[in-house]
Design a protein around this ligand. Sequence first.
Ligand code: ADP
Ligand code: MG
Ligand code: MG
Length: 985
Amino acid sequence: MVTGIDGKMVYRLAEGNASMVSLLGSKGAHASEMASIGIPVPPGFVITTEACLEFFKVGRQLPGGLWDAIVANVRTLEEETGRTFGDPDNPLVVSVRSGSAVSMPGMMDTILNMGVTDLTVAGVAEMMKDERPAMDAYRRLVQGFGSVVLGIEKDKFETLLEEAKSSRGLAFDYELDAAALRELVTQFRGVITEVTGSDISDDPWVLLRQAIEAVFDSWNNPRAITYREFQGISHDLGTGCVIMAMVFGNLGPDSGTGVLFTRSPATGEKTLYGEFLRNAQGEDVVAGVRTPQRIETLQAEEASLYAEIEEMARKLEEHYKEVQDIEFTVERGKLYILQTRTAKRTAPAAVRIAVDFVEEGVLSKEDALGRIPASDITQVLMPRFDGDAKALATQTALLAVGVGGSPGAASGVVVLDPDRAVERAEAGDLVILVRHETSPDDVHGIIKAQGVLTSRGGMTSHAAVVTRGLGKPCVVGCEELHVDMVARTATARGVTVAEGDLISIDGGTGEVFVGELATVEPNADDLHELNVLLSWADEVRKLQVWANADTPQDAQRAHQNGAEGIGLCRTEHMFFAADRLPHIQALLEVGPQASKVIRETDELAKALELAPASERESLIRRVKEAREKVESSKEVLAFHTELAELEKFQTADFYGILKAMEGKPVVVRLLDAPLHEFLPHYEDLIREEEQIFAAQRASNGSQASFGAVLPRPEQRDAQGFLLTPRDAQPHDAETADERGESVPVSEAAVEHHRLLELVKALRETNPMLGHRGCRVGLTMPEIYEMQVRAIVTAACRLTEEGTKINPEIMIPIVSHVNELKWLRPRLRAVAKETRERLGVEVTYKFGTMIEVPRAALTAGEIAENTEFFSFGSNDLTQMTFGYSRDDAETKFLNHYVETEILPWNPFDSIDFTGVGRLMRIAVEEGRRVNPELPIGICGEHGGEPYSIAFCHEIGLNYVSASPYRVPVARLAAAQSALGHLKSNI
Ligand code: ADP
Ligand code: MG
Ligand code: MG
């Protein structure tokens, strides 16, 4: 048959290298690389991933020429090892291993001991100088071949194996003698014959061919397909197939097999971390048949072997410049490395390792900075259990102690299976998944859990590896914990927790507690390496990193995390405190009316200045009248009182924030939120009012109302708004007032009704696009004036106290330059007046948010009337897409992303082509007018790595992120500057 492949389909290890991962698969490429740098790897060859893809293309058979190439390479292997495949006296034994370009741990198949048959087993025994391990290898081959190649249920073999042990009163596989193993081989072959109708061949070449086909097939087994779908791995990669001479770890106590990390994958500490199992073959460690010994115990038992392992580990690390995850086997004291790959490690470990590598001279700072995905930094900052709470819990609530598999602290309810974990998590519970051990079938539950607790397995078990990848806490090998799947409980030290009970796990120490423990932020010691790494980031990044902070505490934290300024201080958040809300509500009640009277008076006064003599007299009179009206107005008085109250609060807030950020720029955004946000929900108020009336009716026995008949519940007006009792008054109904009845209505009820009336007055159909931001600033300028006075007053005070300050005032929701033309001089005048009154010299900047598409499109005009831009990318995204974020995210945005209508959620990462285009236009136009115009971003995108890369690319001066994301932004900005990170547009 003719194949579609031109190139080689088989490479000897000596012909490959680490760069050939996509052709040879990762296992094959790195085995080749190891061979080429003098690491002791058993000789072998690799069948390419292209051959695997061709295998599928031609209908699941070996492509033409492949078998010949395989045979030729086996011949070469025979020469290298001095043994012959199928030779009864001196047989070559190999493994047939799967391995694709992307690691898919445990998903595909590997067959060991290929070449052991009825005819060769005696020769193998001769070679091993022991019959038992030869029979054991044969037993494993038949078992592996039966389950992997022929697809027979694993249990069929396992049951027989268990029987063989129990009938002889043995606990471990390795205690079975040669005769028992021979008997098992016969029984296994019986199973195979029974299930498939024929015995397995005694010709090792036939078996080899079947094994290779099975390895190829395993690329498309359902497990592997599901895994790829979940991980977003392409189905078009194919698997390589590595054929390698076997080395035997089961030749007695001077042999064994192990896995190790070259540094701790949990903390990054430079110490070998792993497990070793004597007298065993590779799979035994992972299968958890016997509990392996920790690798460091080898140091005392066999110092020279340990030293040799350590030397190989360091050599591999230095070569790959990354922490490695290694499989090795010791055959009668001789060490072989069978696999190496970059280890999955926790974010704290990754940071520590990168910094240590630089200090050890293995990596440059620039490369170290490129090593760590910026978002992972948040995991280093993850909270841990509060020391006191934990000390107490250790005395009173310690349930059990296992092995710390993945660090971090988590509390949640015990759930014993993954499906239920998903269910409860989706219902809003925090869940700890508790299992004997986990497998790839549990991954959906692990993803939804806060943490995982297993009673079996070690640092290299599935649970530990997966959780470290996900950055979730995990405790493994908690052997004293008895998990009862029937009673659905877990018991240790005489204490039983049932499914649904709260527990807490510390993935660093392996401790498990009953109940929920308080958590705290990590301390400075924990963050030492991170701070070193970030200091290198600060040396190279071009973007400044600022933070969004609304309170002095936030500002402090931002400062501690390295923020160079506050890019967004939202003043409305200051109004939500319980002592302030009544004032803003009272202000809103009188504000519109009061502001209107004041404005009319001002307008008249202005008209008077310009008026011809003939009109002056009447104008003078009208101004006088208007002034009297303003002075006597209750509304105006109340308005000024509330403004003065709020000014006090605001001055104190700004004082605190400016002080915390000493000398650094602080951008204060004037009031932005739609006004209804300061008020209760209209619907809620209506229901409450009905309840009040109902209660009063019950107690008065009369129709209590404000001269109104109660509406039927939930009457609505034409726009669908619920009607207030007064609105709903039927025209023909006679009110209580009209009937002349005096109706007792409580004061509280009157208050409540006033609030309701206010909410009704401020109600908008679409508040996000309504009366908010500078639109309020234009219609009720007194509010912005008050805020500017508060900012300048705080600035003056601090200046007098000798504190350096750097305030910037920012106007939100600008869409037309005229808004700025009106507001700017007015607010500047207030600032000037305040400064002069206080007699202190302060400077400030006056800038504009760019968050309405029209503002971006007319950025040139706007730049002439402002001193900086700051992209409000949340609103800009909402208005560019025409989405209201809350509606979009609850209704259709997930669907859009899942069905690839949108490549990603534009609220997570900037939509570079659309929203990004507007940003580019604004930057270009703004800088054309003022080449020095400072431009930043203060939307949530400012803390997201790809968006940060984009901001770097379009030449912004800074990104402003939440205080918590500042470290992420510092690293992402450095990665953008070094070219490690690109927005990919
Ligand atoms: P996986 O990808 O599932 O780890 P591997 O191909 O790495 O599968 O092999 C499974 C186990 O068999 C591993 O422990 C490995 O070290 C061991 N193994 C593979 N090939 C050999 C060999 N030639 N000699 C000894 N042990 C081997
Ligand atoms: Mg492996
Ligand atoms: Mg906004």
